[in-house]
Design a protein around this ligand. Structure first.
Ligand SMILES: Cc1cc2nc3c(=O)[nH]c(=O)nc-3n(C[C@H](O)[C@H](O)[C@H](O)COP(=O)(O)OP(=O)(O)OC[C@H]3O[C@@H](n4cnc5c(N)ncnc54)[C@H](O)[C@@H]3O)c2cc1C
Length: 208
């Protein structure tokens, strides 16, 4: 039984999923919305305070995610570089949400453009939709984190991101590698090895 407040209405529920309400830490001297998040324009610039830029979870952009924060940071870096005299047109923020869902069997890769009320085209699959195929997708951060992961695994003492489940759901069989596969038709040949950067690929920019 869940009691809704205010009002006290009671609901009988089979399952309850609770999500925290987000609150920003407003920064003295900078504008903030009622929840404490910093507003920005499409180039990451904070309005009414001169040359101040913001990126990431602390901004008013409603989707809080590492990949989104990376894209905002790229936009801000390009805008600042242009202000500093670097030639080129800064590109406005065009958010693309990329998510890797660890399932206990084959991971799922999901991608969608976030274009406000119009919605965007979404893709999902068992093959990677970006490189490196990491949980945090970012042109610069993802290859960097991937390299650190690879070094930690090679040095020993670190565990891979994906671990085989002790008990598998019905209809799912275990793979030879550290991963497991579904008998329900998933055809991914993804293994932990492919999640690590291949030599020379670390800095490759291949997000779409
Ligand atoms: C459990 C969990 C799992 C997540 N998994 C994923 C995932 O798989 N993929 C993904 O893309 N995203 C994931 N996210 C979201 C991702 O972590 C955030 O979107 C991302 O870290 C935002 O980056 P940021 O730089 O804006 O903020 P943060 O990473 O929060 O960095 C802000 C930094 O500012 C510091 N700071 C705060 N106040 C002050 C101050 N007054 N002075 C100085 N420093 C200050 C903080 O200590 C912190 O180091 C996850 C988040 C959580 C909580």
């Amino acid at each position: 039984m869940v009691s809704l407040q205010p009002g006290g209405e009671e609901l009988r529920c089979g399952r309850v999923v609770a999500l925290p309400a987000l609150a920003g830490r407003s920064v003295p001297g900078l504008p903030a919305d009622p929840d404490g998040f910093i507003p920005t324009d499409n180039f990451g610039r904070v309005p009414r305070v001169g040359e101040v830029y913001a990126a990431g979870d602390g901004t008013t952009f409603p989707v809080k995610q590492g990949g989104i924060a990376c894209q905002q940071a790229d936009v801000v870096a390009a805008a600042i570089a242009q202000r500093a005299g670097v030639p080129g047109e800064p590109q406005p923020f065009r958010p693309v949400l990329r998510g890797m869902l660890l399932t206990g069997t084959d991971p799922r890769y999901m991608r969608t453009e976030l274009s406000g009320r119009l919605g965007g085209e979404a893709e999902a699959g068992t093959h990677s939709l970006w490189w490196p195929p990491s949980k945090i997708a970012g042109d610069h951060l993802a290859p960097y984190l991937s390299r650190i992961d690879a070094e930690a695994l090679a040095a020993g003492g670190a565990k891979p991101l994906e671990l085989a489940l002790d008990r598998l759901p019905p209809g799912v069989r275990r793979r030879r590698s550290s991963s497991v596969t579904s008998t329900a038709g998933a055809s991914s040949s993804w293994t932990r090895r492919r999640a690590l950067p291949r030599s020379g690929r670390g800095g490759r920019k291949s997000h779409r």
